[in-house]
Write a protein that binds this ligand. Structure first.
Ligand SMILES: Nc1nc2c(ncn2[C@@H]2O[C@H](COP(=O)(O)OP(=O)(O)OP(=O)(O)O)[C@@H](O)[C@H]2O)c(=O)[nH]1
Ligand SMILES: [Mg+2]
Length: 384
């Protein structure tokens, strides 16, 4: 009798476990699309490969496409929709940059715009990193337009808004080129100095693209630190995006090459390539960046080179910008950490310096805290 009881209990336990297993794997299948959330491991380069710019061989073998931890993630996150993100981030921009706008407005609204007041306006602009030449040009414009010549006094707010929008620029193409031609993916290369926010930017852009129903592959071409690859992999896993990675200390150009090859072979819309942080004065590392771009272009055109600049670094950011643009032909700027800096004027300076538009702004550490840059929206946030 006792034996029977044990047998029945054993059968019941096995039955429940099997059922539970079926349910969880069923849920997993539903949560992760077949190609999503996997890591693609680039085989270590063969001898001598790093020294040449020949496309790394062999191509990713299907056997090396492993199910990464992402495949086991029970649910994928749904990135925030564009409309709700923009409303939220405009408020945040207002919070960090509002002081500048309000300060200027208060000065311009004084009864008498005397020399002291104009000087204070100039100081306010310079403090916000607008830069000397743009500040002088703006003050000159404001002086002319706000001069009371009989009749009615012009509205300082309207004039300031117009002039600021003009200064930030409305005729620049700020779209990020994320799709390619001839059925190939768009390739976005993300570069910048250490800690500027590159990996975060890659992750945030991936989420924006996923929210827009584009397919994405990430290339972890920061091979210096294992942690860097894991950081990117986590971003990918959360939204079911594949990450192509290489061995630690491996050749970043081969990882970039394999990522783009993987994107081409699988017909994805966009390949985003994260790179290691590098100081602009380290020639070897800067050369490596040039190589990464050239090697990618054996597979597909690099449609966008985004330079990530930390808005809190001020003038130093401008020096970086100049050197990076000489090496890789920067096509757009991502200004990060604007939430932690009142110096939004850097937008004006860096665009002048490079002749390249600010295309995206980072406004927080949250996963969806990135917005496309728009001159009018920026100025409106400034003026509150
Ligand atoms: N507040 C704020 N923090 C940000 C923003 N963007 C990035 N960060 C933070 O900045 C830190 C560095 O970001 P990473 O993306 O790791 O920077 P990185 O350029 O990839 O760094 P390296 O790979 O080490 O060169 C992280 O703590 C991010 O959360 C932003 O827009 N606002
Ligand atoms: Mg990084």
């Amino acid at each position: 009798m006792g034996d029977w009881l044990y047998l029945i209990i054993a059968i019941a336990v096995v039955g429940v476990l099997t059922l539970a297993g079926l349910l969880t794997s069923g849920r997993r299948r539903k949560a992760a699309p077949p190609s999503a959330g996997t890591d693609v491991i680039v085989p270590p380069p063969t001898e001598g490969e790093t020294a040449t710019e020949a496309p790394p061989e062999p191509a990713v073998d299907p056997a090396t496409v492993e199910a990464g931890p992402g495949a086991a993630a029970p649910t994928l996150e749904r990135p925030e929709s564009t409309s709700s993100r923009l409303v939220r981030l405009r408020q945040r921009l207002s919070r960090s940059q509002g002081g500048l706008g309000k300060g200027l407005l208060a000065l311009l609204s004084r009864e008498r715009l005397d020399e002291d007041t104009w000087e204070a306006i100039e100081d306010t602009l310079l403090t916000a990193d607008v830069g000397v030449a743009p500040t002088q040009a703006l003050v000159e414009q404001l002086r002319t337009r706000l001069r009371v010549e009989g009749g009615q006094a012009p509205d300082p707010r309207a004039v300031l808004r117009e002039e600021l929008i003009e200064l930030v620029g409305t005729d620049l193409d700020r779209r990020v080129q994320v799709t390619g031609a001839d059925g190939k993916p768009g390739v976005v290369l993300v570069v910048g100095v250490n800690g500027a926010g590159k990996t975060t930017t890659v992750g945030k852009i991936a989420r924006i693209l996923v929210a827009e129903d584009l397919t994405v592959t990430l290339g972890a071409a920061d091979t210096f630190r294992a942690a860097a690859v894991d950081q990117l992999a986590t971003w990918g896993e959360r939204v079911g995006v594949e990450v192509v990675r290489g061995p630690e200390g491996g050749d970043p150009a081969s990882v970039a090459f394999e990522a783009v090859k993987h994107g081409v072979d699988n017909g994805v819309d966009t390949v985003l390539v994260d790179t290691a942080g590098r100081l602009q004065n380290k020639a070897g590392l800067m050369d490596e960046l040039g190589k990464i771009k050239r090697v990618i272009e054996k597979q597909a055109e690099v449609t966008e080179v985004l330079l990530v600049l930390d808005a809190t670094t001020g003038q130093n950011g401008l020096i970086q910008a100049r050197v990076f643009s000489e090496i890789v032909d920067v096509t757009g700027i991502v200004l990060t950490k604007l939430d932690g800096s009142a110096k939004g004027g850097i937008v004006v300076q860096v665009q002048r310096e490079l002749g390249v538009p600010v295309k995206l702004v980072g406004l927080g550490e949250g996963a969806d805290d990135m917005a496309p840059f728009d001159a009018a929206a920026f100025v409106d946030a400034l003026l509150g």
